[in-house]
Design a protein around this ligand. Structure first.
Ligand SMILES: [Zn+2]
Length: 480
């Protein structure tokens, strides 16, 4: 834990970095929006085609809570080690913004669905616990599309209400993060957990949107809004630290403000300098009564899958693999499932090396998922290498070929002639080469050791490179 750590964090620790995150997670695996029956699967459809009076906020329309959205939110809350209270309540948060036509957002205020949790992450110097203040449910507003692609340059703005009313879970951390890298690791870990829970498709655009609060040395904090990628969050925070640090060094003062991250330029720009004292006039959403969720939680707790941390520890003890390998293999549920299928058939340590070190690297390089490779192929491949039928180098070539051109391991090995030559073939070749080259044999015997290189080369030629050159060399020396 952080308290026990004495190691200084170079560069960042001297300025007392404090980072807190608010992550808007779209529960996009639901079939419908949070308060109406509009379908969620809108990403390929025309703007404003998935709307109804409820999600457009037309007068007189009444929201009806999507029961599954509550279940999913409790599920996430429990996975984040939160407390689920007796009951939860929705509020109206009143403000006007064009993406919110009814003039208020239905959200939670007191009585959020989940509170007081935590996630452990790999910090700069060991495992650290990042506290979760709360997770609350709310509706997503519509989406503003700025003509020309940028807030500053656009002359006008479109509004797409397809997103309006999608269930969001806003996860709010305490300011426990100490560096941009930790923030990114936190986000990655959160994404992994959400993936295990199967409540969010994190590959969809806008499925995880991040607001980051950052302050140095206990000074005022700036808030960077609406960062859409984990890498973007890391870059935005790094930029903010340097900006605030330079400001302080020049004797300036960090003002509390809201900033926007310009992904293309890698800079944050001020949106609103003086945060107006918000009076949202929260009041309970009278159209949705309090929901008693205390009885739901135990049943949902039972449906929780084994989560990444628990699975990692089990991998280390069950399969005798390193913590690094286990961490890599459990970072995505599909990869962990894949590994377990392979490890059931072949040596678990060898399987870990081939999947974590080789296959994952090749997949990352091509930016594709584990489903591009079958676990049966991996079993076959590990068997080929373990049985000394192909070299490790050939094993890598087999994986690359399958990913790029298709085929299965046996086909690729046959087509590329990767099978190591069997002992008999090599022995025969050695005998033949010695017979066919008496002059070289004579040279070696009369004190010219380099003659053996020539003979080795001849054997390699005869076996079309499938013999082990070092072994061949020794076999020749033994025989002459
Ligand atoms: Zn609707």
């Amino acid at each position: 834990m952080r308290e026990g750590s004495l190691k200084l964090r170079p560069y960042l620790d001297d300025v007392g970095v404090m980072i807190g995150l608010e992550i808007h997670v779209q529960l996009n695996k639901l079939n419908t929006k949070i308060f109406c029956g509009c379908p969620l699967d809108y990403h390929d459809d025309e703007p404003n085609t998935h709307t109804c009076p409820v999600c457009l906020g037309l007068p007189g329309s009444l929201p009806v809570i999507n029961r599954k959205s509550v279940e999913y939110s409790i599920k996430v809350g429990l996975a984040l080690n939160c407390t689920i209270e007796e009951h939860t309540q929705f509020y109206r948060k009143n403000y006007y913004y064009p993406d919110l036509p009814k003039g208020f957002q239905i959200t939670q205020y007191d009585y959020p669905i989940a509170s007081n949790g935590y996630i452990n992450i790999e910090g700069e110097d060991g495992e650290v616990r990042i506290r979760i203040n709360r997770a609350h449910m709310e509706e997503d507003p519509g989406r503003l599309v700025h003509e020309g692609g940028s807030i500053e340059r656009s002359k006008y703005t479109f509004i797409d209400y397809n997103r309006s009313g999608v269930a969001l879970l806003e996860i709010v951390t305490e300011p426990d993060l100490r560096s941009p890298k930790e923030a990114r690791r936190f986000l990655d870990k959160l994404r992994n957990i959400l993936g295990y829970l199967d409540v969010v498709d994190t590959t969809l655009e806008g499925s995880m949107r991040v607001d980051a609060n950052i302050s140095l040395a206990g000074g005022s904090r700036s808030e960077v809004k609406n960062i859409s990628s984990h890498k973007g969050a890391e870059r935005a925070l790094l930029f903010e630290i340097i900006r605030q640090k330079n400001l302080l060094r020049r004797g300036g003062k960090v003002v509390q403000e809201t900033r926007h991250f310009d992904e293309a330029r890698g800079v944050t720009v001020s949106l609103r300098t003086k945060e107006e004292a918000h009076d949202y006039r929260y009041f309970p959403e009278a159209d949705l009564g309090p929901i008693r969720v205390a009885d739901w939680a135990p049943g949902i707790q039972e449906t929780l899958p084994e989560l990444p941390d628990a699975r990692r520890m089990r991998f280390v003890s069950n399969y005798s693999i390193t913590d690094d390998h286990a961490r890599s293999l459990t970072s995505e549920k599909q990869v962990a499932d894949f590994y377990e299928q392979v490890a059931a058939e072949v040596d678990s340590k060898l399987a870990a090396v081939w999947i974590a070190d080789v296959l994952k690297g090749e997949l990352n390089y091509r930016d594709i998922g584990i489903d591009a490779f079958s676990s049966e192929y991996m079993v076959a491949l590990v068997k080929l290498v373990a049985g000394d039928k192909i070299s490790e180098q050939s094993g890598v070539e087999v994986i690359r070929t399958i990913l790029d051109e298709g085929g299965n391991p046996d086909e690729v090995v046959a087509a590329k002639g990767l099978l190591k030559a069997g002992g008999d073939i090599v022995t025969t070749a050695v005998v033949e080469v010695i017979e066919e080259n008496p002059q070289a044999v004579e040279d070696y015997r009369s004190g010219k050791p380099e003659a053996v290189n020539f003979l080795t080369g001849q054997v390699m030629k005869k076996t079309r490179g499938r013999a082990d050159a070092k072994e061949v060399r020794e076999m020749i020396i033994q025989r002459i």
